[in-house]
Design a protein around this ligand. Structure first.
Ligand SMILES: Nc1ncnc2c1ncn2[C@@H]1O[C@H](COP(=O)(O)OP(=O)(O)OP(=O)(O)O)[C@@H](O)[C@H]1O
Ligand SMILES: [Mg+2]
Length: 281
């Protein structure tokens, strides 16, 4: 059973830490659980203690990944190194290993390269988990589906009896919302990205980008035709809009929940999965 209230508390705590870079008290004798999420729009470092309480977090916006693929290796390594070294300084401990994640369906070299980024940044990779699986891990979801709407893609994982039984990843994400806004107003994508996040413009923005949300809901609907399942959880930064989950819910005629600070669900889930034998390679 998902305890959304508990997940939201953890997410709010992590959000506060990641935006101030102040760490929470922790026992230096206990190993930390470290997760690195290499996303299309940001790289997030999440650190939990053994009881899965947030200790530290940080992130950098970066465009080093596209549709789950590393497109700027050197910069990705530089950012991960920077986040880790800074965390070590602030926490006063050495960070030697971490878990990371890949979009569902990533195989072979594309999968390996994600671990290589961490290794080049001086980290031993303990665990490589599927992104939506990481999200499910954070939520404690053992039955249902997670729809992770990030920058580049919509990734879906169906979970039954605590096992992932179906995954898919489609190239429609928050970037496509920005493209639609840019086209509508005749502005650059960078300007549209800022406008999209302007809370005061949220209602108008949502009307313009709604076709993209409907497309994401249609992707989910196709998955549900293949494999009916409930409950549904949407996560990922692109689900930030207040109307996002209700729009999904209306489209699908089902209850759709969205945790608070949805951009941090996957990174925190990666850290939580770290060292867990269930997710070991
Ligand atoms: N306040 C906001 N309102 C609307 N969209 C937002 C907001 N904050 C972030 N986003 C969007 O969320 C997307 C990034 O989400 P997230 O951080 O989950 O992606 P990612 O993990 O970097 O990418 P991916 O999982 O696709 O590799 C971006 O498109 C960004 O514009
Ligand atoms: Mg992501």
């Amino acid at each position: 059973m998902v305890n959304l209230e508990q997940a939201n508390e953890l997410l709010a705590e992590f959000n506060a830490i990641a935006n101030t870079k102040k760490h929470q008290p922790f026992d230096k004798n206990d190993p930390l659980k470290v997760g690195v999420d290499l996303g299309t729009s940001s790289i997030v470092l999440a650190i939990l203690d053994q009881d899965n309480k947030p200790v530290y977090g940080s992130f950098e916006f970066a465009e080093v990944i596209r549709d789950g693929l590393v497109v700027n290796y050197v910069e990705a390594v530089q950012i991960v190194s920077r986040l880790v070294r800074e965390a070590e300084e602030i926490l006063g401990v050495e960070i030697e290993s971490a878990a990371t994640a890949i979009p569902p369906g990533t195989v072979g070299n594309d999968k390996k390269i994600v671990s290589n980024v961490l290794e080049s940044a001086g980290l031993m990779v303990t665990t490589v988990v599927d992104e939506p699986e990481a999200a499910a891990c954070l939520l404690g979801l053992t039955q249902g589906a997670v729809i992770d709407v990030g920058g580049g893609t919509t990734g879906i994982s169906v979970i039954e009896n605590d096992e992932v039984v179906l995954t898919l990843d489609e190239p429609t994400g928050g970037t496509h919302m920005s493209l639609v806004l840019a086209g509508y107003y005749g502005i650059s994508v960078a300007e549209a990205e800022l406008l999209k996040r302007d809370h005061d413009q949220e209602k108008t923005n949502f009307i313009i980008i709604k076709p993209v949300v409907d497309k994401m809901a249609a992707i989910t609907e196709r998955m549900l035709e293949q494999h009916p399942i409930e409950p549904l959880y949407v996560v990922g930064g692109a689900s930030f809009f207040e109307e996002f989950a209700p729009t999904f819910s209306k489209y699908l005629g089902m209850v759709v929940e969205r945790p608070d600070y949805p951009q941090f669900v996957t990174p925190l889930g990666i850290a939580k999965a770290s060292g867990d034998s269930k997710y070991a390679e």
